[in-house]
Write a protein that binds this ligand. Sequence first.
Ligand code: ARG
Length: 457
Amino acid sequence: MWGGRFAAGPAAIMTEINASIRFDQKLYRQDIRGSKAHCAMLVRQGLISAAEGKKIQGGLDTILREIEAGKFKIDPALEDIHMHVEARLSDLIGKPAGRLHTARSRNDQVATDFRLWVRDAIDKIDAGLKDLQLTLLRRAEDYADTVMPGFTHLQAAQPVTFGHHLMAYVEMVGRDRSRLNDARARLNESPLGAAALAGTSLPIDRDSTAKELGFARPMANSLDAVADRDYALEFLSAASICAVHLSRLAEEIVIWTSAQFRFVSLSDAFTTGSSIMPQKRNPDAAELVRGKVGRIVGSLNALLITMKGLPMTYGKDMQEDKEPTFDAVENLELCIAATAGMIADLKANKPRMQDAAGEGYTTATDLADWCVRKLDMPFRQAHHVAGSLVRLAETQDKPLEALTLAEMQSVEKRISKDVFAVLGVQNSVKSRVSYGGTAPANVKKQVARWRKLLDAE
Ligand code: ARG
């Protein structure tokens, strides 16, 4: 492609370190799409003839078919997907192939291809996340009344409903999707026509290629267009946050399925056995979702550090943008699908969850709130009363509701027997009707709200 300037070919190791075809072949569809839009524009602008344009378009269509049929030959000497497509085009149609690169450089070409690829990836991930939300919603509805302990510090805190817990993830995934779509809106500008870095003296029409490729507009600065990868960084940031959310849910599944918790069981489809311990049902999928966050955040880190300190504009360092991004997408997609799969058929152990919900004096706050409501006590004092009752119950190794009224009154004489009603976990969750609270009625309302939002998309 640049033979004119060189007397000798590259060293074998040069070819090897330089080649990106091993991974950037993933961009073939976007590369051909970009080239077709560029070619059509060149014809419209009278930069190449209609006949040449027709040959190029036909050749590009053939190449797309060849690649999809697995009939495309890869040659590391041809470096990357852009050169492969162009070389094959030249085989197929001869001379006119050389006109396609008019007013274009691989610098704006790769920036265009990669933006298109990340945009497609965002759309696929968004669809996966919507599906996960719908799955969580369905299960939240199944378990809207199922009581479980809510934790802080992984210490039993207050009873909540399992439906409410699942709905928390619907919210998180909702923000993940919104972050991804923000990134999508910002990346959706076309670098095509920035050429190597300075623009071109040829009369191209960047608006029309931008439009044809579904971009909102051409990028306004040619240097910026070829130099930045912030769209990939932004995508990877959003992907990392999403992966962190999924890893927290995964960790909870690992905890919940343990013999010590027994809150939920996963289906056979999402567990594995042990080759030595016959009783085992290991939550491997959850562990891998928890584990893969490492490489996804690692991808973000890798690209951040690659980009740091790069002088304007394009540097070959930037070829290192693709592998981490591809890897992050592949693994995030797996995590999303595996999470949806686990959630879809997990079974909650309702009696066990309900028992656990009452363990650890989780209704002590309800007791304090009762003192505030019924005895018009300042909360700090009510906290003290409830704390003393917990201590009394603890010394006798029994739950709060097993204290007698006389024992209660030994701490606070105005306590009456209707206090016992608030000590039950069912009543506790039912009472949490403040907006956003865990009451089953609230959970059902939130499920309905989300269902409407998702249906309207
Ligand atoms: N394979 C290159 C990349 O991925 C394409 C751009 C090459 N541009 C250049 N000036 N060498 O970044």
